[in-house]
Write a protein that binds this ligand. Sequence first.
Ligand code: NAP
Length: 460
Amino acid sequence: MNQNIIQLLYIVSIFLFALSLKWMSEVHTSRRGNWSAIAGIIIAILATLSAFQINRLDLLIVAIVVGSMIGAPIGLKVPMTAVPQRTAVSHAFGSLAVGLVGVSEFFQKGISADPVTTAVLCGEMILGFLTFTGSIVAFAKLQEIIPGKPVVYRGRNIITISTLITSIVFAISLVLYPGLEIAFYLMIVLALIFGLLLVLGIGGADMPTVIAILNSYAGISAAALGFILDNRLLIVAGALDGSSGLILAMIMSQAMNRSFVNVLFGGVGARMAVVEQSQQDRVTQTYSSADAATVLLSAKNVIIVPGYGMAVAQAQHVVKELSDILLKRGCDVKFAIHPVAGRMPGHMNVLLAEANVAYDLLWEMDKVNPLFNETDVAVVIGANDVTNPAARTKPDSPLFGMPILNVDKAKTVVFIKRSFGPGFAGVDNELFYLPNTMMVLGDAKNVLSDIIAKLRNTGR
Ligand code: NAP
């Protein structure tokens, strides 16, 4: 195909990627954003295939068929709750591909490469390979194949950072002495070890943020590879990926009142067993769905607080049904959305949009928090950490400092979950023991269905 047409197709797909990011930032345009990204990637693949002379079409077809056979079931069957680990796997393979293309380029260019090209190639390979092992560990932690607790030991940060620095030192020696093959292998091995050590030292609760950071690394390494291959599409797509991953990680860290450095090197979560034990003797009271229905019947205003448990129970449709009943009764209903409720940014927005909850009922944390004081009932549905007052009151809690939804300020809290177990951060919730909290234990969907049945039976 004519080079001008190929460049034009690259520009079209860059435009579609940028539009897709813009559209995906709003719930009501997010579907359009998805289609735009799909169109962009199809055009990018076709243009790239046409840009080169293909010597082994058979191998290409096998790669496409095998890739699709693995990718399609993952896309169709993986539940919403497992999206973070699915994303980690995508990053792992994407960054491995970037790293391996870097290796192939390195050997093709050999010692004839100029120092700038070698430097960019080395940076790209270090980022690609550390993202690969980091993403594999993130996947294993989220999928609970290995324990989520951070692996903490004396001198951990020094050992971890030393591996990266040594890898960079080998990269510099390669730039200075391009024929030094041993430096090339050691650089890669140390980058792989660094990714492993870095993510092993981070607790499971921080994995979604880590994935956003790794996403950013994968994007930057792809952009660097774009420079080497002189491919503008790869440069722009990598830069978009790198910057959006970074922005996302910043938003998530801010929502947890943490810094990047703290997420990456803080080892948060190692203390949680101690915190849990000290809470064991506390008094709690459980209530029935009928009790919860009675409280809701007399409420004038209700704030619904969804969390990860709503996603697990797939309770979004019954939640919508409950809000419809309450609204019909003249009750003021709002949904309080915490930025890190669930397991990925926007998790609650996506589920509530799927159930057709009106956007204007969704209130962001900062706007809704002052309203809890004058709220009759806060209904917490499978949310836990994002409501835990220990974030405000207990300096020794891993959650301390994280902005939370001030549910405890409501006159009554109906707390729906299956047990008194902790949330993702692994710490007990103060809210279970407050006198204004009614614990209604059970699967969120079942409990809500019961409450709805009771509300309907009253005929009011
Ligand atoms: P959470 O603290 O993980 O708590 C979820 C609760 O849901 C659990 O305590 C669980 O209790 C309950 N649950 C699970 N299945 C249920 C079911 N079928 N029915 C009823 N309840 C059920 O969730 P969260 O309050 O949404 O907080 C999110 C956590 O993830 C925070 O720690 C946040 O920092 C972390 N995080 C999120 C993101 C993000 O992007 N969203 C990013 C980084 C970190 P039972 O087992 O007793 O039922």
